[in-house]
Design a protein around this ligand. Structure first.
Ligand code: SF4
Length: 339
């Protein structure tokens, strides 16, 4: 990836939060590059730090009491974290947009869709009433809403989950963002609508050239739509690659576990899917050494003592002392607890 192709360059991004008089690391030294026009997936279980990373990229946690953000995020050629706060706010309103997990709690229940769409549009440009109507119709049509007039007359509670998420996406697109951050945008939806929304996001980025950072706990979603995937665990990125690379040769035991837990039609028939034992640790009391070691079938004594750096193994970044071995022989979760 050349410098010109990188729209976001994230280097050792860190978010710490004060809790009970203690400084707790929520995001730890996240480093990755996102290319112009790509769909980049951040994958991990709940509590792995994905959403806080996204909020930090949007500049939405920086000014909260008791939260400290450090490291570097460069958007095109501008530094956002240590740069001018006013400039970051202006970029956020015009060039970055975000869609959230639950559209029903993001839309304002007391205003019709028409008024909410107009407000979203006015953040970016001043148009005549006729131009506004035309642009809103264009946006709603783009996200697959066929009866635009009816949709505009409705209140959020009158829309289905899929329709609400489409409206949220249309509102996000109203500012013609260069970067769209989508935080679990399909979690609240059934699988059919989920597939439609993912297809829609994928189509829109091809049509508009925008870059999408998609946050999901579902490795299957990443496999379907991502160009590039970063796997997060306990606040840090533990492996990166294309979906093809990760599926063909995962090098971190956590990635192996996530992949093993996806149901496969072409695999052996299983009564129970393998599951990663235990849960994501509380950031207040991270395990010593590699934070994954209490759940890892490949852990050794060294893993309990030393935290592995994110370093290239077979040409891809991975944070595991035994990545080479895992790449060759895997990590066996079959004896773990079962879902
Ligand atoms: Fe497992 Fe050790 Fe690798 Fe951590 S460093 S993922 S504990 S093998």
């Amino acid at each position: 990836m050349t410098a010109a192709e990188k729209i976001l360059q994230i280097d050792t991004l860190r978010v710490d939060s004060d809790r009970d008089g203690q400084s707790v690391p929520i995001v730890r030294d996240m480093s990755m590059n996102v290319a112009q026009g790509e769909l980049f997936c951040l994958v991990g279980e709940s509590g792995s730090g994905k959403s806080v990373s996204a909020l930090a990229l949007m500049g939405l946690v920086q000014r909260q009491k008791g939260i400290r953000v450090s490291g570097s995020v460069r958007y095109k050629d501008e530094e956002l974290i240590t740069g001018d706060i006013g400039r970051f706010a202006s970029i956020r309103g015009r060039e970055f947009a975000m869609i959230f997990q639950d559209p029903m709690s993001s839309l304002d229940p007391v205003f019709r869709i028409d008024e909410q769409m107009k407000e979203a549009l006015r953040r970016r440009e001043k148009l005549s009433a006729a131009q506004e109507r035309e642009r809103i119709a264009e946006l709603l049509t783009l996200v697959g809403i066929s009866d635009v007039d009816r949709c505009l007359r409705q209140y959020p509670h009158q829309l289905s989950g899929g329709m609400s998420q489409r409206v949220m996406i249309a509102m996000a697109l109203a500012c013609r963002p260069d970067v769209l951050i989508a935080d679990e945008p399909t979690t609240a939806l059934d699988v059919t609508i989920q597939a439609q929304i993912l297809g829609l996001l994928n189509r829109l980025r091809h049509e508009t050239g925008m870059t999408i950072v998609l946050i999901t706990h579902d490795m299957g979603i990443a496999a379907q739509v991502a160009d590039h995937v970063a796997v997060m665990y306990a606040g840090r990125v533990v492996e990166q690659g294309t979906p093809e690379e990760l599926f063909a040769q995962p090098q971190h035991p956590y990635t192996v576990g996530l992949l093993a837990s996806i149901p496969r039609l072409d695999g052996p028939k299983l009564d129970l899917l393998p599951a990663i034992p235990g849960g994501v640790p509380d950031p207040k009391s991270l395990p010593s050494g590699c934070a994954f070691h209490p759940r890892c079938p490949a852990a050794t004594e060294r893993c309990q003592r030393e935290d592995p750096p994110l370093a290239p193994v077979n040409g891809r970044p991975v944070a595991c002392w035994h990545a080479e071995h895992v790449a060759q022989h895997g990590a066996d979760f079959s004896e773990s607890e079962h879902a």
